[in-house]
Design a protein around this ligand. Structure first.
Ligand SMILES: Cc1cc2nc3c(=O)[nH]c(=O)nc-3n(C[C@H](O)[C@H](O)[C@H](O)COP(=O)(O)OP(=O)(O)OC[C@H]3O[C@@H](n4cnc5c(N)ncnc54)[C@H](O)[C@@H]3O)c2cc1C
Ligand code: SF4
Length: 480
């Protein structure tokens, strides 16, 4: 249904105003522009061999019709390419920028297999939809005939925003509650602006707002309302709260000042790019300029931290990771980018203690080696008796990953079922939790994952929410 409606939208030729946030750093735009000049789109698209089995599409979580929109791009039929790309994705220009393509579509391109380098699918995808925004081909969302039912969505990240769009199209009143002051979730405050410009996110949010989606920002469920209160207000609820509890390691000296959680550091930097006053950045606490920075961790968040520190003018940036390059969880492409920019990787190393008087000054590091594979088949790191060493550090950033918060406790809903990892236990097909009419999507179900998967979940869940609400019509509730 949603796809038919989207098809109906395209071709009307109405433009949608593009709003730019002030104070975005010019060099952020330059970097992205330099990385991929628009005229390369057709050239890259024409490299697609249109092979019989589109492995790229199979490995795209959204099942995007990649070879088809590449062909249209190669033929200069950009508007049709956009329409096709828009059919299966709610945020193609965002996925094109930040999907780890080397692990998804591009990593499975047959041209890559033949040793000639993958078609740069993500860059073409970004180019197509950026052009659509510039040319006014991106239509306003057309809300369906009002059904007299409302949905409350907790969390304005990609999962919640995607579902909101589809629910509005289906005619539901949609209210999104988010504890941050801006919508977008990790698109806004996690992922740095040099990878994803903030106006690109905000124009998607604005489009939803124009379509009548009501945003309740600075609204924390658990503090400003319980889950039960929201259930009483709405016909159905979608939980899309992501995972925010930073993993920690118990290391002597970890209480010293100058040691920060990755998300605090990245959020401060992102707030600056919006032009916000950020005292902890302005007084130098969360600013890496002139400092010896050590980032602990080997995932994509760690890569974002090291690359942000380089851009802030750090004196030196080291990334300490307990496994080797081949066994790190972060994208190899991001590692290569970071190395090119001057980041030094210290593989097979783990912090043993932080040292300093009040502020951190040194990191004592243990050498590690890879032992026998664990239950997951990955070789476990163990301490190498060969020795320890010391790194200078004025700033340490802990990027060890994220876990779910205690949602049943936070929401005042001890009956909400969660797994032993704290993620919400939702039906694999419908996305419904054990609470009637309460659904869940994105990282809070999968654990820390990817934007493209949150988008996929947000698109998939709407059909099941719709079915449930159609079968459970009750007196309309007053949505505040
Ligand atoms: C630093 C970093 C970089 C990343 N880079 C990439 C990348 O390059 N590519 C990629 O694909 N993925 C990346 N990811 C992962 C990606 O951002 C997430 O998988 C994705 O954002 C999950 O979407 P979501 O909608 O489930 O949750 P989120 O984006 O986390 O959004 C959840 C929202 O819920 C709100 N919320 C939480 N609790 C409450 C509450 N109690 N009341 C009200 N609101 C609440 C939060 O404020 C937030 O706005 C990155 C993650 C991090 C941390
Ligand atoms: S959504 Fe991600 S995986 Fe799918 S085509 Fe786009 S960049 Fe590739």
């Amino acid at each position: 249904m949603a796809q038919e409606r989207m098809l109906k939208f395209v071709g009307k030729g109405q433009s949608f105003p593009e709003k730019r946030e002030p104070n975005l750093r010019a060099e952020d735009f330059r970097e992205i522009a330099n990385r991929y000049a628009p005229e390369k789109a057709a050239e890259q698209a024409s490299r697609c061999s249109q092979c019989g089995v589109p492995y790229c599409s199979v490995h795209c979580p959204l099942g995007n019709h990649i070879p088809d929109w590449l062909r249209l791009t190669a033929e200069g039929r950009l508007r049709e390419a956009y329409e096709l790309s828009n059919l299966t994705s709610s945020m193609p220009e965002i996925c094109g920028r930040i999907c780890p393509q080397d692990r998804l579509c591009e990593g499975n391109c047959v041209i890559e297999f033949s040793g000639h380098g993958a078609v740069t699918i993500g860059s073409v995808e970004k180019y197509i939809t950026d052009t659509a925004w510039t040319e006014g081909w991106v239509e306003p969302i057309e809300a369906g005939p009002a059904r007299g039912q409302s949905v409350g969505i907790i969390g304005a990240g990609p999962g919640g925003l995607t579902a909101a769009e589809q629910l509005r199209i289906a005619g539901y009143e949609v209210h999104i509650y988010d504890r941050y002051d801006r919508a977008g979730g990790l698109l806004t405050y996690g992922i740095p602006g040099f990878k994803l410009e903030k106006d690109v996110v905000m124009r998607r949010v604005d489009r939803l707002q124009v379509a009548g989606v009501v945003f309740h920002l600075n609204f924390e469920v658990g503090r400003d309302a319980s889950l039960d209160e929201l259930r009483a207000k709405h016909d159905s609820i979608l939980i899309a709260t992501g995972v925010y509890k930073a993993r920690d390691i118990k290391t002597p000296g970890s209480g010293l000042s100058g040691i920060h959680a990755a998300l605090d550091y990245l959020t401060a930097s992102n707030r600056k790019s919006f032009g916000d006053a950020v005292p902890a950045f302005d007084n130098g606490t969360l600013n890496a300029e002139g400092k010896n920075v050590v980032v602990i961790g080997g995932g994509d968040t760690a890569m974002d931290c090291v690359r942000t520190a380089i851009r802030q003018g750090a004196k030196s940036v080291k990334c300490v990771y307990r496994r080797d390059r081949e066994n790190m969880p972060g994208s190899q492409r991001e590692v290569a980018n970071a190395e090119e920019e001057g980041v030094e990787f210290v593989w097979l190393a783990a912090p043993k203690a932080f040292d300093g008087t009040e502020r951190v000054e040194k990191v004592h590091v243990s050498k590690m080696r890879l032992g026998a594979p664990d239950a997951s088949g990955r070789r476990s790191p163990e301490q190498d008796p060969e020795g320890d060493f010391i790194l200078d550090a004025d700033m340490v950033i802990m990027a060890l990953g994220f876990e779910p918060e205690d949602l049943p406790g936070l929401f005042g809903s001890p009956d909400l079922n969660v797994t032993r990892w704290g993620t919400i236990r939702a039906d694999h097909v419908t996305g419904m939790t054990n609470l009637e009419g309460v659904f869940a999507v994105g990282d809070i179900v999968r654990g820390a994952s990817l934007v493209v998967w949150a988008i996929k979940d947000g698109r998939d869940v709407v059909e099941h929410m719709h079915r449930w609400m159609a079968a459970n019509v009750r007196t309309t509730k007053a949505a505040a």
